[in-house]
Design a protein around this ligand. Structure first.
Ligand code: ZN
Length: 96
């Protein structure tokens, strides 16, 4: 079993993505982590919420298996709900 991460960078979402960890949407305009890696010879190109990535990486450092199934609980989920409820910049423009 081998996992190797080629790149992991914080970027701004230009379109909506789905977080590989919690399956919730990554909102357009919010920061997310783009991961390019190989797991058991398979190329992976994943989008992560910043908090989900940090949570997962912390678990791996504690010895958790690097293999996981999507649909995990999102850390700071209440904050995410607030962010979803807040108007996006484009909504605000339409309101003018
Ligand atoms: Zn997530």
């Amino acid at each position: 079993m081998g996992y190797h991460c080629f790149s992991e960078k914080l970027t701004t979402a230009k379109a909506q993505h789905r977080c590989i960890w919690c399956c919730h949407q990554i909102l357009t305009g919010s920061k997310y982590v783009r991961e390019h890696s190989v797991y058991d010879g398979h190329h992976q190109n994943f989008a992560w919420h910043e908090a989900c990535r940090a949570h997962a990486v912390a678990g791996w450092k504690d010895g958790a298996d690097e293999e996981f199934i999507s649909g995990n609980e999102m850390p700071f989920f209440a904050l995410y709900q607030l962010e979803c409820a807040a108007p996006t910049p484009s909504d605000r423009r339409e309101g003018l």
